[in-house]
Design a protein around this ligand. Structure first.
Ligand SMILES: Cc1cc2nc3c(=O)[nH]c(=O)nc-3n(C[C@H](O)[C@H](O)[C@H](O)COP(=O)(O)OP(=O)(O)OC[C@H]3O[C@@H](n4cnc5c(N)ncnc54)[C@H](O)[C@@H]3O)c2cc1C
Length: 412
């Protein structure tokens, strides 16, 4: 791996999917100067979705995590400084200070520092056996723990990641209890009716829900976790506790450098921050969405890719705007789901179901003022293009037609 040069080039802080995609796009767009990715993890850039699913269960191997093979970086002359954190930015002098004391100069800078698990100071959170979950190292360690089965796992958090890890842990033969602040898991994202579809599949596999409740105290003996006392008075036996209660964007560098912060690094539709030579992408960026006219920060895989591409083009001075319809997916047991749309617009929308919730094969549409603002397919495939088209076209729809399996989505 080559050392960074002192010629100002493109510097990317954060070796995640957004950062790697930006590097690839810079080369694809013809940029021939220096590209340096500053990556505090020991790994080349990898993608996180398999960490709670196939990689954790052992079905997918390490290669599956890599958006670009290791050779890509050398072949494309992209320097990745693994195990190296950026510790400070100086926008006036266009420099980044690294943890090892070196300084990099940049012409344009991309901040793609992602997000970190939200830490809640539960009593007992420091006991051995309590885990947070974000990185490949976390997944490797958890895989080792869960693989033999037979553990009592308490999951704190009823969102996507909590539900995915719970599913994988149960599939591996562990007893899983899940706590969360919602009455129905996932209801903040998709509402009670649809959250129940996922909950019922978990219950079939033996996952026990304690909702709504949180951890009053994590208890232990000799420094090791033994139980979780819930806020509703239950005492749940546990030798593994996983806390997955959301993430917070890694803004400290940007904040200390004086960039505008607003639920992440505030950026324009072209992902430019309040400093014209600094851009942000991925989980850390709160960008102005041209369709909704509102700032939105997405914590999803597809956004890391789309925003990495847009940021790279913008860094090159090319016209680019992040106007994708937000998309994400999940896999839990035999439930595969894809979702496209504007979550913020679903709150007052009407829910229309096409297919069967009981059979767990359906498309759910959220319809606001006769327009589809979001759509989610569960165990129904090859419909995302049609769903995105319904959302993007903003055409007026009739709910009865949306629900009618005989009417092709394309003709609604
Ligand atoms: C377990 C798990 C499962 C997921 N499953 C799904 C899914 O099914 N579907 C979906 O759509 N999304 C999923 N996501 C979300 C998705 O992975 C994220 O949206 C995506 O990783 C964001 O990419 P990013 O590049 O912005 O940030 P990250 O992937 O977080 O990468 C940022 C990198 O920057 C590094 N960094 C931070 N600060 C510094 C610094 N000062 N110096 C150097 N490096 C720094 C971080 O350590 C990290 O390596 C999942 C996330 C997790 C954790």
């Amino acid at each position: 791996m080559s050392e960074p040069t002192t010629t100002p080039g493109m510097v990317i802080i954060g070796g995640g999917l957004a950062g790697a995609t930006a590097a690839e796009t810079l080369r694809k767009e013809g940029y021939a100067g220096d590209i340096t990715i500053v990556a505090d993890e020991a790994e080349l850039p990898y993608q996180r979705p398999p960490l709670s699913k196939g990689f954790l269960s052992g079905k997918e191997d390490e290669d599956f995590l890599l958006p670009y093979p290791g050779t890509w970086y050398t072949e494309n002359n992209v320097t990745v400084l693994t195990g190296t954190a950026a510790t400070a930015l100086d926008p006036a002098n266009h420099t980044v200070t690294l943890a090892d004391g070196r300084t990099l100069s940049y012409a344009k800078l991309l901040i793609a520092t992602g997000a970190s698990p939200r830490v809640i100071p539960f009593k007992g959170v420091d006991l051995d056996g309590v885990h947070y979950f974000r990185s490949k190292a976390d997944s490797v360690a958890m895989k080792e723990l869960l693989k033999g089965g037979g553990h009592n796992v308490v999951m704190v958090g009823s969102g996507w990641i909590g539900m995915e890890i719970a599913a994988t842990a149960a599939e591996l033969g562990n007893k899983v209890a899940l706590l969360g602040l919602e009455e129905v898991p996932l209801s903040t994202a998709i509402g009670n009716e649809l959250g129940r579809v996922f909950a019922s599949r978990h219950e079939e596999a033996g996952v026990k829900f304690f909702l709504p409740s949180s951890a009053e105290e994590i208890q232990g003996t000799d420094g090791k976790v033994t139980a979780v006392l819930t806020t509703t008075g239950e005492s749940l036996v546990a030798d593994i506790v996983i806390v997955a209660v959301g993430v917070v964007p890694n803004i400290s560098l940007a904040k200390d450098a004086g960039l505008t912060i607003n639920n992440g690094i505030q950026v324009s539709g072209s992902l430019q921050s309040s400093d014209p030579d600094i851009f942000a992408a991925g989980d850390v960026a709160n960008s102005l969405h041209p369709t909704t006219g509102a700032y939105a920060r997405s914590e999803h895989w597809a956004n890391a890719i789309a925003s990495g591409k847009v940021a790279a083009k913008s860094m090159l001075g090319k016209a680019a705007e992040l106007n994708d319809i937000p998309y994400f997916y999940t896999d839990q047991f035999d439930l595969g789901m894809e979702y496209s749309g504007f979550g913020a617009l679903t709150k007052d929308a009407e829910l229309v179901i096409r297919g069967s919730l009981e059979k767990r094969e359906f498309i759910a549409f959220w319809v606001l003022e006769s327009r589809v603002v979001a759509g989610m397919n569960v165990n129904v495939w090859d419909v995302q293009d049609a769903i995105k088209d319904l959302i993007a076209s903003r055409r007026s729809v009739e709910n009865s037609k949306l629900a009618d399996l005989q009417i092709p989505l394309e003709s609604i």
